[in-house]
Design a protein around this ligand. Structure first.
Ligand code: OSB
Ligand code: MG
Length: 379
């Protein structure tokens, strides 16, 4: 079995509505789509980096560079016989986790199809938390709602999502737009499973803001402090009843262990892109379980290609909280896969069962959003 062709495409996908966080606004999501071919099988992956280095230092340009000059040549030179080998194969490349994850995701899809298994089955076979675990047909998912121009507009957005079936809502906060938003939502929806995400916008000195949210029965507070901090978060967690959850700060299983041992958080947001792919995500899933710490699957506004793998991994047993895995239509007018991802009236999503990512890439739709592409071949 061998992969002899790899293609990168920069895809610019217009969002149905601008997505605003404490670090900026996005109106078009640009992601690199990775295609691997060999032995008549095509595998697809998605790199979650974006245009600018706002959420992480990676951008589409740095990811393209890492893929073209280091990661793709490594796969061609060395060959690969299982996607779980990928992290070791590219370990010499420091960082560039999103670039790695884009290629690794395509390899997972390729190998899963070669074995006629779904990604969820592949992942379940590798997790060590509950060996005899039966995969669910559907998982409960959540929706991440960006900052809105007014509190009224936020309430209206959330009401709309609840009507669509979502049962867990995350709102973005930033200094000046925090306690008041959380309070307004709590007053309007007393039973709602609600959480907030600060995307690193605060300092430890802002502890009073988090104390003010401590009685709102939030599921968690996500990444309040610096994107590269663990220690200050451990100090903040000691001041609060509400669980902290780290996103930006966790890049590896070592980071996850350090954070849990230090008490910097009680919950971890696993984004396969941020941690360098599904193999690493599985390790963090297992490590968190040993600390009795639940994990959930974060999102980077992925198209159906990246979403498929995220939904598959979110079906594992220690993904105990609903992920940021919303319906295709919450992000895009038209997804690049078929069938699109849908959320039912109970706020659940089907876990694909067909081989590989389990959804078909619609070439016409992908071509329509492709801005540039490059093909690489093994010698
Ligand atoms: O912090 O979780 C985040 C989107 C882009 C960058 C960072 C984040 C997010 C989200 C959206 O919250 C999650 C989704 O894909 O629905
Ligand atoms: Mg986050």
């Amino acid at each position: 079995m061998s992969i002899d062709r790899i293609e990168l495409r920069l895809a610019a996908m217009p969002l149905v509505a601008p997505f605003e966080t404490s670090f900026g606004v996005e109106t078009v999501e640009e992601h690199i789509i990775v295609r691997v071919d060999g032995d008549g099988i095509t595998g697809w992956g998605e790199c979650a980096a974006s245009e600018g280095p706002w959420y992480s230092y990676e951008t589409n340009q740095t990811a393209w560079h890492a893929l073209r000059d280091f990661l793709i040549p490594r796969v061609f030179e060395n060959g690969i016989s299982a996607p779980t080998e990928f992290p070791r194969l590219v370990a010499r490349v420091r960082g560039h986790n999103m670039a790695k994850a884009g290629l690794e995701g395509a390899l997972w899809d390729w190998f899963a199809q070669a074995q006629n298994k779904s990604l969820a089955q592949m992942f379940n076979a590798r997790q060590t938390f509950q060996r005899e675990y039966t995969l669910p047909e559907r998982i409960v998912v959540g929706v991440s709602v960006g900052l809105q121009p007014t509190t009224g507009a936020l309430l209206e957005q959330v009401r709309g999502y609840l009507q669509e079936g979502y049962t867990r809502v995350k709102i973005k906060i930033k200094p000046g737009r925090d306690v008041e938003l959380a309070r307004a939502l709590r007053a309007e929806f007393p039973e709602l499973r609600l959480q907030v995400d600060a995307n690193s916008a605060y300092r430890l000195a802002d502890v009073a803001i988090f104390r003010a949210m401590d009685d709102l029965n939030l599921l968690l507070i996500e990444q309040p402090l610096s994107h590269d901090d663990i220690f200050q978060h451990s100090k903040l967690q000691r001041e609060l009843k509400t669980a902290l959850c780290l996103d930006e700060s966790i890049h590896s299983v070592d980071d996850a262990q350090a954070a849990l041992e230090l008490g910097a958080c009680r919950i971890i947001n696993i984004k396969p892109g941020r941690v360098g792919g599904y193999t690493k995500a599985l390790e963090i899933h297992d490590a968190a379980a040993r600390f009795n710490a639940p994990v959930w699957c974060g999102g980077m506004l992925e198209s159906g290609i990246g979403r498929a793998g995220n939904v598959a991994i979110a079906a594992l047993p220690n993904f105990k909280l609903p992920g940021d895995l919303s319906a295709s239509r919450r992000y895009y007018k038209q997804d690049i896969v078929e069938p699109e991802f849908e959320v039912d009236a109970k706020g659940t999503m089907r876990v694909p069962t067909a081989p590989g990512i389990g959804v078909k890439v619609v070439m016409k739709n992908l071509d329509a959003v492709t801005v540039s592409s490059q093909v690489f071949r093994s010698k």
